[in-house]
Write a protein that binds this ligand. Structure first.
Ligand SMILES: [Fe+2]
Length: 296
């Protein structure tokens, strides 16, 4: 079993780097920490970056997860290949580009590019947030797949991933640590990144951002509302090139892993996605850029 320790980053292609970075800094509130040869790195917490914009075709390029060390990475390569995944080991240049010690890449069965990394660079100094949105950390990422049960079968067979809750056949909310979900898969016909989430410090931060975003003319996709599964108060909004961001506060922690029983919510029920029964719709997905596996 491949043990994932954490989420690492999202790599997203952009045809307009200035606009993508401007939104991420001025609206979302991230810090641009570096820009090197057409790649802009944005941070939200101790990670060197949780979002890298790469100049080129718009769309998600990869979603990264952290494993403990090079030994775990090497074992993961064997295990993934045994399971029928084509794995590309990263080279030194690609690792430098990602600010990691080493990494590998593979596609999940639905075409989502996933990268496993070890030795992601940590930055100790406090984040200089672009806007005081109250961000505390990169919270979770959500991928699309046409069958969320098949997606769970893939993740739970190969990885230390457990189901926390189902929203019928629409969503699998999964965990690998006490946080209710750090990986989610939503039903979508094509592979892509449904959204990336940032935790904020307080309920006030969510509500304050709701007003700020509306004043800025940002498209609110859903919320504010409260997910009954994770108990998190959420706000989804759309950035340039269809990249959906989410702020949330108050996510449930599952401290007693063995005692937790996953629940199934009926998406037809008015409060299945929002406990407050507000209007809901699936956030827009930034589609996967279909590229052949490459090492850098
Ligand atoms: Fe989310």
């Amino acid at each position: 079993m491949i043990v994932i320790d954490d989420i690492a980053y999202v790599r997203s292609g952009t045809a307009d780097l200035e606009t993508a970075v401007g939104f991420a800094v001025d609206v979302v509130g991230l810090e641009e920490i570096a820009r090197v040869e057409g790649t802009a790195y944005l941070r939200a917490d101790h990670r060197h970056h949780c979002l890298a914009f790469v100049e080129g075709e718009p769309g998600v390029l990869a979603s990264g997860f952290t494993v403990r060390d090079a030994g775990v990475l090497a074992a993961a390569e064997i295990e993934l290949e045994r399971a029928g995944c084509h794995v590309e080991r990263g080279d030194a240049e690609g690792a430098r580009h990602r600010r990691v010690h080493d990494y590998l890449a593979f596609d999940d069965p639905f075409g989502n590019r996933v990268e496993l990394v070890c030795g992601q660079t940590t930055i100790a100094r406090p984040v200089r947030y672009g806007r005081t949105a109250g961000i505390t950390e990169f919270g979770h990422l959500c991928l699309d797949a046409p069958d969320v049960h098949e997606a769970y079968a893939f993740w739970s067979t190969l990885f230390n991933i457990r189901i926390s809750d189902w929203i019928g056949d629409q969503a699998a909310l999964m965990r690998f640590d006490p946080v209710h979900h750090k990986l989610a898969v939503f039903k979508g016909e094509r592979p892509g990144l449904c959204h990336m989430n940032f935790q904020v410090e307080s309920l006030d931060d969510v509500m304050r951002s709701w007003h700020v975003l509306q004043e800025l003319g940002v498209e609110i996709e859903m919320g504010p509302g409260r997910h009954p599964q994770s108990t998190a108060v959420f706000l989804y909004f759309k950035g340039p090139e269809g990249l959906t961001y989410e702020y949330s506060w108050g996510v449930r922690r599952i401290e007693d892993d063995e005692a937790w029983r996953p629940r199934t919510f009926d998406p037809a029920e008015p409060d299945a996605i929002d406990l407050w029964a507000g209007p809901t719709r699936k956030p827009s997905t930034q589609l996967q850029v279909p590229t052949a596996l490459a090492v850098s």
